[in-house]
Design a protein around this ligand. Structure first.
Ligand SMILES: [Mn+2]
Length: 233
């Protein structure tokens, strides 16, 4: 794509904390960086839909589908899910806002679950291999599952905890199955001051518990979630 020459900035899970996002992005002007948001821009914080619009409108950026985007879409389609969605951090005003913005809803339903970078890096929401049931056309399958009202299947896969930290063989098999050299993900807070790297850098977790409204936040530094990705040589 046209952004292939730009250095890559990874932005881990934001959940609704758009206010905290603005300042740490200042050193990375969007015309000079390709930004990849790892999903979970919504829920917990007050500005979920605002964070989605921000990510959508930022030049040279990609947004990956997280389990909380799935939950929001699910609540929008099926009002019987609203109570459950609120129990996992859903903010009622975000639902009302999304219901009025069909262009944003359409955009959201077409987000990829995986992005493969030029250097063989795979970028996905959670550190898990449950995506493999949707090979080989994972993104096409995910878009179809949303259309087919299979949000339950999507939620199960996208909300799985990080297994790559403790299961190097499973990680290797996932990299092999996707013909990748390393995987970058978020979703499971790592509790470190910087993105957490496992198994010689073949897996990197960028979920630094960024949102001040999230139960796991505990004064996490922004550098735990937002950092440049060193390219593989
Ligand atoms: Mn998540």
């Amino acid at each position: 794509m046209a952004t292939d020459h730009l250095p890559i900035l990874i932005v881990g899970d934001v959940p609704g904390d758009l206010e905290r996002l603005l300042e740490p992005l200042e050193p990375y002007p969007p015309d000079r960086w390709r930004t990849i948001f790892l999903g979970d821009l919504v829920d917990y914080g007050m500005f979920g839909v605002g964070a989605l619009r921000f990510a959508r409108d930022r030049p040279n950026s990609d947004t990956i589908l997280g389990n909380h985007e799935v939950a929001l879409l699910w609540a929008l389609r099926d009002p019987s899910r609203i109570g459950w969605w609120i129990s996992v951090g859903g903010q009622r005003h975000d639902l009302d806002e999304l219901a009025k913005d069909h262009a944003l809803e359409d955009w959201l339903t077409q987000r990829p679950a995986l992005i493969k970078l030029e250097d063989g890096t795979l970028v996905q929401h959670c550190g898990h291999d449950g995506y493999k049931q949707w090979l080989p056309e994972i993104n096409t399958t995910v878009t179809r599952l949303i259309k087919d009202e299979r949000e339950d299947d999507l939620w199960d896969v996208l909300s799985a905890k990080n297994v790559f930290a403790n299961q190097p063989l499973r990680l290797q098999q996932w990299l092999q199955a996707t013909n990748s050299r390393r995987v970058v993900f978020g979703h499971t807070p790592h509790g470190r001051p910087n993105p957490e790297s496992y198994h010689d850098g073949t897996a990197i977790n960028f979920d630094g518990a960024f949102s001040r409204n999230h139960k796991n936040h505990k004064r996490s530094p922004v550098a735990a979630s937002i950092a440049p990705l060193q390219p593989l040589s």
